[in-house]
Design a protein around this ligand. Sequence first.
Ligand code: GDP
Ligand code: MG
Length: 163
Amino acid sequence: MTFTLAIVGRPNVGKSTLFNRLVGRRLALVDDQPGVTRDLREGDAKLFDMRFTVIDTAGLEDVTDDSLQGRMRRLTERAVELADVCLFVVDGRTGLTATDEVFADILRRKNARVMLAVNKAEGKAGDAGAIEAWSLGLGEPIRISAEHGEGMDDLYHALRPLN
Ligand code: GDP
Ligand code: MG
């Protein structure tokens, strides 16, 4: 394994869809920290000729609004600590939300190495979302469609220097 990538972002942006695409069936360990075990999934990722470890952050979907922020923060901070780089995923169709801004803030405060992906960008659907995503101040957004497998070449080129 060459590096570890953590996929972070608010619920429903497509993190697990991307994780599953990268990992296929090569699902491996889970984090053994009590309380986050079921919320961090680790797998052996393959992207063309590149192999790395990928972490999916989950477990935010079924909590109430009150507890969401604290939980997001803990999980995301833990993922940042485990990973060499974070892929911060936003939804190119819904546009940015206040919750996206909270995540961006967590990543900034942790001084995490971050790459930004705009998902659900198949076809022209992500055009507006990709432009808006520049405003996060996290660099050039990588347009992807986790579901349809688009933009995987751009993701590859962004991650290649880490390998
Ligand atoms: P997570 O909560 O961030 O892990 O998001 P999921 O991977 O569970 O996906 C949430 C929803 O978005 C599901 O209904 C997916 O089918 C859908 N989705 C994920 N990736 C894409 C994509 O690239 N394009 C579109 N149109 N939908 C997607
Ligand atoms: Mg998920």
